[in-house]
Write a protein that binds this ligand. Structure first.
Ligand SMILES: *Cc1c(COP(=O)(O)O)cnc(C)c1O
Ligand code: SF4
Length: 369
C-alpha cells in the first residue's frame, strides 16, 4: 500500500507511473523545443511531424546521449533532415497491409494468422516506421464498434489460429480495453494463440504492470513480440518489464529492424542479440531488412551488407541467439529469409555446403528405397 505521503505521487503507484512517464516525455513537436537539437533537426522536426507524429516517453528520452549527434536512440525517435528526402519507389504501404485487408482493422495474408489493429496510436513514434502512413491517415484509437467487423471475420474463418495484435501499439491501450479485446478473441474457439507486437516494453517499460498482465491472461497461449534495436535500450527497467511478462507465462520474442547508423555493425547486433536472450530471456526472432517506407533511404543498408552481418552473427552466436534475416516483399509478397546461402552447388545427390568455418565440403545423400 502506498503511504499517505505518496498517495498523490503518481510515480510511486505502478498503475499510474507510466502515465507520468508519458506526460514528462515529448508528446508534441513543440516539446522538442527544450531539447538540445541541431538547427537542422529542429527545422526537419517541424516538417516531418506533419507526416509522422513525434512522441517519446521520458524513460526512452533519458537514454539519449545528447553529446553524441549519432546516438542510436536519438536516431530512432528524433526527426532528421534525411527523413524529408523521399526516394523514387518508396511506398506509403510498403508491405501492402491495405490490399490484404478484407475488413477494416484486419490484414489476412497467410491462411492461419491475421493481423488485428485495435489502435493506430503508439507510445513512441519511431521515425523508420513502415506503417507511419496508416498511423497518420487513420490514426484512430480503439473503440468496441471499430473492431466488430474484424472479430466477425475471424469467427467466420476457422483456418485462423493466430491473432496478432499490432497497430499502432496494442499495449498503449488501457487494461480495460485489452481485457475486452482478449475476451472477444478467446470466445472464438479455433483461435489458439494471441501475439502482441509492441514497442512498449522498450520505450515505456513502466506500462508493464500486474494489471496489464492480468488483462492478457486466459485461455490463449500468449506471445509478446518486442522490438529492441540496440543493446542501449536494455536497462534495468526493460529487464523488469520482460521479467514480469515471462513470469506471467508469456513467450517472448524480438524483432529488430536493420537500420544504418543504429545497428548496422556486427558488434552492435551481436551484443543486442546476446543481451536479449541472456539478460531479458527474449529470443531474437527476426532481423528485418529496412522496408521501403518513405524518407528512409538514409537508414537503409544494402541487402549484401545485411547478408554479411547475418553471416557473421550466425558464426558468432548460438542458435537461440540468432535471428532470421528477412525482407518483407512489397505488394504483399510476404516475408522471405534473405540471409547468406550455405549451399554452394548441387549435382543430384551430391551437395557442396559451406560450413560454419567457411570451408566448403561435399555431402552425399544416402536415402533408403
Ligand atoms: C509478418 C506478418 C505475419 C506474421 O508472420 P510470421 O512469419 O508468422 O511472424 C502475419 N501476417 C502478416 C500480414 C504479416 O505481415
Ligand atoms: S511502435 Fe511500431 S507501429 Fe508505432 S511507430 Fe514504432 S514501429 Fe511504428
Amino acid at each position: 500500500m502506498p503511504s499517505d505521503t505518496n498517495l498523490h505521487d503518481a510515480a510511486a503507484d505502478p498503475d499510474t507511473a507510466w502515465q507520468a512517464d508519458v506526460r514528462a516525455g515529448v508528446r508534441h513537436v513543440r516539446d522538442l523545443a527544450s531539447l538540445p537539437l541541431s538547427p537542422a533537426e529542429r527545422a526537419a522536426a517541424q516538417v516531418a511531424a506533419a507526416n509522422h507524429k513525434v512522441r517519446i516517453p521520458k524513460a526512452y528520452l533519458d537514454l539519449i546521449d545528447w553529446n553524441d549527434p549519432a546516438d542510436p536512440i536519438r536516431a530512432q525517435v528524433i526527426p532528421s533532415p534525411g527523413e524529408l528526402e523521399e526516394a523514387d519507389g518508396e511506398l506509403d504501404d510498403p508491405i501492402a497491409d491495405h490490399e490484404f485487408s478484407p475488413v477494416p482493422r484486419l490484414t489476412h495474408r497467410h491462411a492461419d494468422r491475421v493481423l488485428l489493429f485495435p489502435t493506430y496510436q503508439c507510445a513512441v513514434y519511431c521515425r523508420f516506421c513502415f506503417r507511419k502512413e496508416s498511423l497518420t491517415s487513420i490514426g484512430r484509437g480503439y473503440t468496441r464498434e471499430a473492431l466488430e467487423p474484424a472479430l466477425a471475420y475471424i469467427s467466420d474463418h476457422p483456418e485462423i489460429r493466430e491473432v496478432i495484435l499490432t497497430g499502432g501499439d496494442p499495449l498503449s491501450l488501457p487494461d480495460k480495453a485489452l481485457a475486452e479485446i482478449l475476451a472477444r478473441i478467446e470466445a472464438i474457439p479455433h483461435v489458439r494463440l494471441l501475439r502482441i507486437h509492441t514497442r512498449v516494453p522498450v520505450a515505456l517499460p513502466s506500462r508493464i504492470t500486474s494489471g496489464l498482465v492480468a488483462a492478457l491472461q486466459g485461455r490463449l497461449m500468449v506471445t509478446v513480440v518486442t522490438h529492441f534495436n540496440h543493446a542501449r535500450e536494455i536497462t534495468s527497467a526493460t529487464e523488469m518489464a520482460c521479467r514480469t511478462l515471462r513470469h506471467a507465462g508469456f513467450v517472448l520474442l524480438n524483432q529488430s529492424v536493420l537500420l544504418k547508423g543504429v545497428n548496422d555493425t556486427v558488434e552492435v547486433l551481436e551484443e543486442l542479440c546476446r543481451e536479449l536472450m541472456y539478460r531479458l530471456g527474449v529470443k531474437p526472432y527476426y532481423l528485418h531488412h529496412g522496408d521501403l517506407a518513405r524518407g528512409m533511404a538514409h537508414r537503409r543498408t544494402t541487402i549484401a551488407q545485411g547478408q554479411a552481418l547475418a553471416g557473421a552473427l550466425r558464426a558468432r552466436l548460438s542458435g537461440i541467439c540468432n535471428p532470421v534475416y528477412v525482407l518483407d516483399l512489397p505488394e504483399g509478397g510476404g516475408k522471405v529469409p534473405i540471409g547468406p546461402c550455405y549451399v554452394e552447388a548441387r549435382d543430384g545427390e551430391n551437395w557442396r555446403l559451406r560450413g560454419p568455418d567457411g570451408e566448403v565440403r561435399d555431402y552425399t545423400e544416402i536415402v533408403g528405397e
